[in-house]
Design a protein. Sequence first.
Length: 688
Amino acid sequence: MPYCANCGCKLSENCNFCPQCGQSIKQERQEPESIAPPEENIPPRTTALPLHKKDHTFTLLDSGEVFNKVYKIEKVIGKDNDGISYLAFDERNGNRCSLKLFFQSYFDNVDKLFGAIVRMSKIKAVKHPNIAKVYEVNQTHKPAFIVSEYIDGLTLQEVKDQFPELFTEEYVRVIAGQIVSASLAIRKAGLAVRTLGLQNIVRTEEGNIIILSTGINYDVRDESEDIFTIGIVLAKLFTKSTFYETIYVPLKLLSKKFDYISGITIGVNEILAECLHRKAEQRYASFDELAKALDKLKPIQQNDIYVSADEGVTPFIDQNEMTLPTKKLDIYFWGIIIFILVFICIALTTNLLDAVFGNKNAPLKFTGFMTGLTDSTAELSSIADDNYRDIKTESKTYSRKKSTLSSNPTVTTVYVNPNVTIPAAQSAINTSGDIQNTNVIKNQTPSQKRQVTPDNLVYIYGDTYAYGTLHKNVRENASLNGFYMSINEVTQAEWTKYMRRVTCSNIGDNLPVDNISWFDAIIYCNSRSEAEGLAPCYKIMGFGASRIVTCNFKVNGYRLPTEAEWEYAARGNKYSPYSGADSPDLVGWYKDNASAHIHPVKFKTANAFGLYDMTGNVAEWCWDWYDANYPKSMPFINPTGPELGNLKVIRGGSIESAKGSSLEVIYRNKGVPFKSYKFVGFRVVRGK
């Protein structure tokens, strides 16, 4: 099979010109003259004939053929844009070597030829333990060639594909240092590595890394291009994705911001992001800077591991392994399928599960496709030990009032009990942890009236307040029972005591847990209640995203705070925009002071109720469904949120929140209950 001597493109037997570079072939090809068979005393040809000026084709050298009277060909190693590489033996000393023959197009003009001669001479002078040695460079031979050291081993691409477990972050850091050091020596020699790839780097049996001469370029360009190339090489080595070849493609990386690699330290990700920045001026200015950045990396144990919210990529399915269903299924199979579908429809549209497994005296009724749960203020207003206080309405009798939870006509109407008398708060906690009666509330200092229980809870007195606004002299629109609330967000140590460990944004026992869904928080509350001998508040029916959760506010177990309870507790009897302060720096970690890291709980100042981190650090799940119009029509006594919804309320802001409205105690956010979010955690409350 002939090849174009100008560019190396494979040619058909009768073509007139090269389809890739347009080089004329047939018109200038010299037909070989007929040659008589050699006489017996004439030895056969052992040297590849140099290409004639008018001969624009060539064929690959065969195994056993000798090139330039010295190099005996063993096999073809590879082909690139510059030429073809062979594994050969130097017959002078018997050493194996790598022989590269350059295409004629590489020397297509005088200027390029002169520059190539100069630069190819420089490569012979490069001496570095991580670069293959160059033995001979001949630019005047037709074709020009270069002979370098042959490295016995596997390329990094072969190792990556066959033994991916070898590429731990610790080992890749070592490889990165060797590659950058070698690239620095190549640049100082006036050469480049802009086309270096995993296929040009060999790992020896001893574990050392050697850059082959095929990975060195002679057309020197801006150093930022070489740094971008090295960034791609390192990103492929650090990632654990099997699709690294399709993810780290130059055109893709130049079109969008670099996505951090999950499972490696943030420090390494920052270095890769600077190497692979879309703008050349934002990358490292030189390999010296890149080498210094690698040297300054903290040990893995002292650095935070970055974990992406997307844990992996769905693998492709091998169509050959897919089993096709049988074409003829019997009637029993379809009967079972229909029965299951009917049962699911009944379970989702009625209270069947509750009637069977819960309250067996409850009548079976149609509820519709419930995406949420029914909350009622009556469920809280009937608690025996009410702890309300409303100084404006004490000793008054309420007339019967009707309030609707939302404008949705399908939502059930809720009535406020007209006979509920709102007494002064009666429960306080003494130093022994026992509840006692007292009528002194407003005049006590926080230290006098806020004693923390052994299980890290503080008692919050019931009261009325102006929900949803920080303006003074506004008529109160919410009245609450007293309740206990944890003084800090649930920590990772508290979480792992009852639940499986989750992938948090930052790791630490005293750091708040995050990356958990609303359903996860509900399950934690029940698990902790059962472990401490308390009655669980939540009843969970169904499975997956379609689970239905109801709450019994009368029992003594742990639960999430209602949105009204959370806002009241966060205020701490103040009109301040943040949790008990006019400035967020005093009470919370947020975007301007957190340095993009979650911080240990209870490091900032507590509010007047003794609660920490109600502003910032991680945002917190609440019980309520989210409805933007709900505050306009919510019940006055113990509001528990809309009856139905698709999103759950999130409060408090996080380290991603900037100073301003999104960090204030009245700011309302929302999330899908079955999804987990970075920097979103929770705290617990108890009614008794």
